[in-house]
Write a protein that binds this ligand. Structure first.
Ligand code: PPE
Length: 314
């Protein structure tokens, strides 16, 4: 269960957690009309820092633009500031921040452009997404019988609520069959992504990840890991991955804001490599965790430190 905090940001104001309610005829509830983000704030050695805040908010505005939500009523900079403020107001130094913009109450029907856009930003404490052991031990996954959303149906680049019905089919099936997560293939049968994570594969010391054309969300963690891997001197290729590569990979891992860098130790009950976290995964994971914890210098400028003097704290 989610742990409530004191406040939620709504259209520019802080309201009580319990007051952040919507009408049952809210458009998004019926038609999936919402764009959102999931962002981590880390308790770094230099104080709380939000990871790649500008990139997340840019993706949220991109998602909105794709769905013709052209005026969210706030600038990107204002939403970035609000994401920091809500963490400060709630006194959290480490949390998950969830900005969401959606078509609200007005007309009911598929026609949505006249309905008002509401923006809320909540945050809460969130631990290890795929279980506490996952980062070290790795997770057991299956290839889903569900295909990832086709490119000409729901755009995968947009992080919108509707896409997560596909994710839920993938995850429900995987969980009910005893797996922690499912990997979906794209419409051509190539590896796409997990229900809520991007995927990386390692074979003969080369790192591979599916390109954006294979119905993947352009993950911020994916991008971070690509940059870390290249800087650490690894060869990295974005290319289509056939399903059976999953079975003969040396190493596999997921990336995501929630999952961070999570090793995969088996696919369809076939052990990946030695059946535990591999050395390259460990290397990249350690570097990622060192940057997000502040143990390693933030050489990419990825952390926006919370300003305790921000307007919200006053
Ligand atoms: N693919 C999907 C489908 C996805 O939902 C995520 C994030 C990613 C890839 C990785 O993207 P990024 O977070 O920018 O590296 N999934 C969110 C899932 C959490 C949830 O259950 O909701 C997340 O990690 O925040």
């Amino acid at each position: 269960m989610i742990q409530p905090t004191a406040k939620i940001w709504h259209n520019g104001e802080f309201i009580a957690w319990d007051d952040a309610k919507v009408h049952v005829l809210t458009h998004a509830l019926h038609y999936g009309t919402s764009v959102f983000e999931g962002i981590r704030c880390y308790d770094t050695r230099k104080g709380p820092g939000v990871f790649r805040l500008a990139e997340h908010i840019r993706r949220m505005f991109d998602s909105a633009k794709i769905y013709r939500m052209t005026d969210l009523g706030f600038s990107r900079a204002a939403i970035e500031q609000a994401c920091k403020d809500i963490a400060v107001v709630n006194g959290l130094s480490s949390c998950y921040i969830r900005p969401i913009a959606f078509r609200g109450y007005g007309d009911v029907g598929v026609r949505s452009l006249g309905n008002p856009i509401e923006i809320y930003i909540a945050c809460w404490e969130w631990g290890r997404y795929l279980g506490s052991e996952a980062l070290e031990e790795g997770v057991d996954v299956c290839v889903s019988s569900w295909t990832r959303i086709a490119p000409n149906t729901l755009p995968a680049i947009a992080k919108v609520a509707a896409n997560y019905m596909n994710s839920q089919l993938i995850l429900m099936e995987a969980n009910l069959h005893g797996y922690t997560e499912g990997i979906a293939l794209d419409t051509a049968g190539y590896v796409s992504e997990g229900s809520g994570e991007n995927i990386f594969l390692i074979r003969d010391e080369v790192i591979y990840t599916p390109p954006l054309g294979t119905s993947v969300l352009p993950g911020i963690t994916r991008d971070s890991v690509i940059r870390i891997a290249i800087d650490l001197g690894y060869a990295l290729k974005e290319q289509a991955i056939p399903r059976e590569w999953l079975y003969i990979a040396d190493e596999l891992f997921f990336t995501g804001t929630a999952a961070e860098v999570t090793p995969i130790r088996s696919v369809d009950r076939i052990p990946v490599g030695a059946g535990r976290r591999g050395p390259i995964t460990e290397h990249i994971q350690a570097e990622f965790l060192a940057i997000t914890s502040g143990a390693q210098h933030d050489r990419y400028g990825w952390l926006s430190l919370l300003d305790s003097r921000s307007s919200a704290a006053a």
